[in-house]
Design a protein. Structure first.
Ligand SMILES: Cc1cc2nc3c(=O)[nH]c(=O)nc-3n(C[C@H](O)[C@H](O)[C@H](O)COP(=O)(O)OP(=O)(O)OC[C@H]3O[C@@H](n4cnc5c(N)ncnc54)[C@H](O)[C@@H]3O)c2cc1C
Length: 390
């Protein structure tokens, strides 16, 4: 039996679930060598980036914990793919190396969108940035204790978060709660903590029903987050956040959480891309005109052929695609009919501060909401399933 070498590029949510699914489906039918290439020695739990913003919780899981055996790990960054030779070139600590594959799964994800990298603040885009944010607001509160000017004190006790998607909502909730706790612990008035959330839309989370946006807004209000709707931030300069309406918010810290774009490296790989930089795949995640290549997760444009609906860049969508991918690859190898993509049930989960959450499930005729502790409990289960944490 010929051994199949399958290389998975990227160990985010799509990559790790793809490996499990390929092992389960293809590994039972064929002799399989499976290789994961990722620049990091660990999986990053990206959806939990707001956790190290408010505490010491780690969000990196070493590969050995996720894949104790059966997966070769290469720490490196893929720089190109040659479709004719079926080779991958990657950079590691030693320089450039080449790898031959039979099949490859491109799951290199996304990075933070920013109109202009010179517009101040910091993006919530990596564990390092999250740790910087944690240190910064803690330092600011300590300086606020000794600030003599009331304006300076107010500024040091203010954080502005720009972008009110899930990440902005969860981060502002966690920060408002934790900054107040810390303020109280060190002798500042917690009521003077200001957390602003800048939302470019008319209400929160317009992807869902009005009631969902209202529930989110109520919870943020309880936590003391001030949401500014229909407003865009232009830039942060010297601790002043400038809004398009002319308003200025003096802020000790400004955090950008303004959405995702497909990994920019893809534009150098000579593969078919959409105008917004995602990989063109067919209904079964095969990269168009590239034999033996598949792509899933944030970096791929994936469409339900029955409805024409595109999947969003979310962790849930990435993991569901990955679980289907193993069955697709098995069918391709056995020359059987392949499963095709199907839009998953619409569900969203939000962590809203310590031990509080909100889950929305959109069933055909009814919307289900679960909030409070049960909402958080479900949220936590989804976080753990997504990162294969037992
Ligand atoms: C702050 C934040 C909060 C979010 N919150 C939510 C949420 O609450 N719910 C939700 O559903 N979604 C959320 N998302 C979106 C979610 O994180 C993504 O949809 C999800 O991570 C997509 O998974 P992925 O595997 O496609 O990509 P990623 O998780 O981006 O993983 C890509 C992997 O590819 C690797 N890689 C990159 N370049 C190379 C290369 N050249 N060679 C080799 N490997 C490479 C990276 O190291 C990484 O491991 C959030 C995103 C952010 C940034």
């Amino acid at each position: 039996m010929n051994k199949i070498t399958c290389v998975v590029i990227g160990g985010g949510y799509a990559g790790i679930h793809a490996i499990k699914s390929i092992q389960k489906n293809v590994g039972r039918k064929k002799s399989l060598r499976i290789i994961l290439i990722d620049p990091n020695p660990y999986h990053i739990r990206k959806v939990l980036l707001f956790k190290p913003v408010v505490g010491k919780e780690g969000i990196k899981i070493p590969w050995k914990r996720i894949f104790p055996s059966g997966v070769e790990i290469i720490q490196g960054s893929v720089t190109s793919i040659n479709k004719e030779e079926k080779t991958i070139i990657f950079q590691n600590g030693k320089g450039e190396e080449k790898l031959i594959f039979n099949t490859v799964v491109i799951a290199v994800g996304s990075s933070f969108h920013r109109d202009n990298s010179n517009n101040g603040g910091i993006t919530l885009s990596s564990p390092d940035n999250a740790e910087y944010i944690y240190k910064k607001w803690n330092e600011n509160l300590k300086h606020a204790l000794n600030a003599t000017s009331p304006d300076e004190k107010e500024k040091l006790m203010t954080v502005t978060i720009i972008g009110a998607g899930i990440s902005g909502i969860e981060t502002s909730a966690a920060l408002a709660e934790q900054m107040k706790n810390t303020a109280e612990d060190i002798g500042l008035n917690p009521k003077k903590i200001n957390v602003f959330l800048i939302n470019s839309k008319k209400s929160l989370f317009m992807e869902g029903p009005t009631k969902l946006g209202e529930k989110l807004e109520d919870r943020l209000f309880q936590l003391g987050v001030k949401v500014l709707h229909d407003t865009r931030a232009k830039q942060e300069i010297d601790g002043i956040v400038e809004l398009d309406c002319g308003q200025q918010i003096p802020s000790g810290l400004c955090i950008w959480t303004t959405g995702l774009v497909p990994n920019p490296i893809l534009s150098t790989w000579n593969i078919p891309l959409t105008t917004d930089g995602r990989i063109f795949v067919d209904n079964s995640y095969r990269v168009v005109e590239m034999e033996g290549m598949y792509s899933i997760g944030d970096c791929a444009r994936i469409v339900d052929p029955r409805t024409g609906k595109e999947d969003q860049m979310t962790c849930k969508e990435a993991t569901i695609q990955a679980r289907r991918l193993g069955r697709i690859m098995k069918a391709d190898i056995l020359y059987k009919r392949t499963p095709v993509h199907k839009t998953p049930l619409t569900t969203y989960c939000f962590g809203l501060g310590e031990k509080q959450g909100l889950v929305w499930v959109n069933l055909p005729k009814v919307n289900i909401y679960l909030s409070g502790k049960i909402g958080y409990w479900i949220r936590k289960i989804t976080w753990d399933i997504a990162s294969l944490v037992k």
